[in-house]
Write a protein that binds this ligand. Structure first.
Ligand code: SF4
Ligand code: SF4
Length: 422
């Protein structure tokens, strides 16, 4: 797909601004109705989903150049997909896909953000977009007896993700996941030289790098014969499950998030959380596990443009409803002693942690502001314990907490499950 393929979608935008807010019927409280970090922070229509679609049309009609200002607006967006979900509450049109295509067309025409270019240079040279790290890729698993699926046969792959591999603060999550799987008798393997999934490269507009990486990774996985991949990173989950399917390379690989997998192991009696973990917590839905985590739906056909586009054959839309919402909550509820309180913006209308779309690297101040907004919402529930299911989200919250010398405690669902079992 290219930007031109979304011309009808972009022209259907009626500038109603619904993409800036949670749909009225879904609002849970007066204080938290905004859903798009970009428009909430910059307060000018161009910084919204609809505003970006208008820029996409202007680019196609050569009424706008790839100026520095255009790049600044296009990249001050977390690619969180909240605009897409809110718009599709009433409309049948794509919003996030064309926004991603605008980024792709920026990169293809040579207009890039220097720091993001640096990340891609690192990806091409070292296979990772993590620039600074004291750790080596496979170090987190050194003390564990775990097979390498690139050399040995196994039943299930555990993919830790770059953010976890290179961040010692996140190692406990990956190590706990392996120990829990081993306790349940699962024949699990990792790649000691685990490759980057390429998902973040795609979100930043580097489509070719992402597609190449997806093809290479799937060649290795198919050769291993493994049928199931489990990952604890929401962005890797989205890449393997949704993007690889979109790129046509996923095949029949079953892709599960650790919360889905452990929920299954608990419900089939293979894992029994029986130690008390006395904590009052709230759960943060990662964008790429929640609204963006639902399966990809292939559609090919004819669009009949007009005030409302008609699709022949009818097109089924991804509206965020079928993301992974219950498994992480069910795992938490299975742990004795845990009390779960919900924030006002949850599930498909959750507020982003701020780290997505390259914003953490290109505009750390905006990323911090976005995370702080979420932390205020955490505090409003009366708890100071936030649990999530993605190293990107958890690192954002932990960093802010350190800066503020705060009292927030940040956990991954897997860490709490390990406390209840191991
Ligand atoms: S993107 Fe959708 S919700 Fe936003 S202004 Fe356009 S039509 Fe309205
Ligand atoms: S993807 Fe997220 S940050 Fe970007 S315009 Fe949509 S809601 Fe706003």
């Amino acid at each position: 797909m290219a930007l031109t393929d979304y011309q009808n979608d972009m022209e259907t935008c009626c500038r109603c601004s619904a993409c800036k807010f949670i749909p009225l019927e879904k609002v849970n409280g007066f204080n938290y109705v905004n859903v798009c970090p970009s428009i909430s922070r910059y307060d000018f229509h161009a910084y919204s989903g609809g505003g970006r679609l208008g820029m996409g049309v202007a680019l196609l009609e050569n009424k706008l150049d790839y100026s520095d200002k255009l790049l600044e607006i296009v990249y001050n967006c977390q690619m969180c997909g909240a605009c897409d979900t809110s718009c599709k509450y009433a409309m049948d049109m794509e919003v996030l896909d064309p926004i991603n295509e605008i980024r792709n067309s920026c990169v293809e025409s040579g207009h890039t953000v220097p720091i993001l270019d640096k990340l891609i240079t690192s990806l091409r040279a070292n296979g990772s977009m993590v620039l600074t790290s004291g750790a080596k890729r496979g170090d987190w698993a050194k003390e564990l007896k775990v097979k390498d699926y690139t050399k040995q046969k196994a039943e299930v792959i555990y993919h830790a993700g770059c953010r976890t591999c290179f961040d010692r603060d996140m190692w406990n999550v990956a190590q706990s996941a392996i120990k829990l799987m081993q306790k349940a008798g699962i024949d699990v393997a990792i790649a000691h030289e685990e490759p980057c999934c390429g998902g973040r490269a795609y979100q930043m507009g580097y489509k070719e790098d992402a597609v190449n990486r997806a093809s290479r990774n799937m060649d290795v996985i198919k050769k291993s014969g493994v049928k199931t991949l489990v990952t604890g990173c929401a962005e890797c989950y989205h890449a393997f499950k949704v993007l690889y399917d979109k790129f046509g390379v996923k095949g029949s690989l079953e892709v599960l998030h650790t919360t889905e997998y452990f929920d299954r192991l608990i419900k089939t009696g293979k894992l029994k959380p029986n130690k008390k973990v006395e904590l009052s917590v709230t759960y943060h839905d990662p964008c790429h596990l929640g609204r963006q985590g639902e399966p990809y739906i292939h559609w090919q056909g004819k669009q009949i443009p007009g005030q409302i586009i008609l699709f022949d054959p009818p097109k089924e839309f991804r509206r965020g409803t079928f993301g992974v919402y219950e498994p992480p909550r069910d795992v938490l509820k299975s742990i004795p002693g845990i009390k779960l309180t919900e924030m006002e913006r949850t599930k498909e209308y959750a507020w982003c942690c701020g780290a997505g779309g390259g914003v953490r690297e290109s505009n750390p101040d905006f990323a911090r502001w976005t995370a702080n907004e979420r932390i205020k919402e955490v505090r409003a529930t009366g708890t100071s314990v936030i649990v999530s299911a993605c190293p990107g989200c958890e690192t954002s919250f932990r960093d802010i907490n350190k800066e503020n010398s705060g009292s927030l405690q940040v956990y991954d669902v897997v860490e709490l499950l390990a406390q209840a079992i191991l």
